[in-house]
Design a protein. Sequence first.
Lengths: 115, 112
Amino acid sequence: ETGVTQTPRHLVMGMTNKKSLKCEQHLGHNAMYWYKQSAKKPLELMFVYNFKEQTENNSVPSRFSPECPNSSHLFLHLHTLQPEDSALYLCASSQDRGGASYEQYFGPGTRLTVT
Amino acid sequence: KQEVTQIPAALSVPEGENLVLNCSFTDSAIYNLQWFRQDPGKGLTSLLLIQSSQREQTSGRLNASLDKSSGRSTLYIAASQPGDSATYLCAVTSGGSYIPTFGRGTSLIVHP
């Protein structure tokens, strides 16, 4: 266990559905991240939050909408997704966004399938 | 833009061998470099983090080195075991942006 939990672990949704992914960290960290991992592609950073403020949006389509109500929780709201959005979505946290000694800790991921 | 390359993409070895996994990056102005392990369908587990001012880090049978000037890091695994089978990823956080860039990983199989 890394101290970062994600729910659900698996999700199948149609293109017209709306769903949300949840991430919670129990490490007292201030920075949280959403990543997308597709087959045969490097891990892609989607969003970064530091002290509840979004600091990075890596040109992510608007059908992905992040929410960070506090430093311990991070959500990814999904709507009108496309089949190519099927992937493993990983959440991570670190002590802070900057700092050379700040390791990232990852959750187990949500396997999303869009039909 | 930082680019991270990992070689080899896949590796299959018998148990007991000492291994070297390579990670190279194009921009040497880095904050840190982190090695991860990922089991199939699972999240990433941090193995070692090397700060830009450090040359190497060790944890058990693992040793990671960093040479910023040549843009390279190596992960050395001593006396490999079947339980080491996984994908190994390196991530470089560039100075200024704080955004980690990941390589595609090295898929390792250690057979008994």
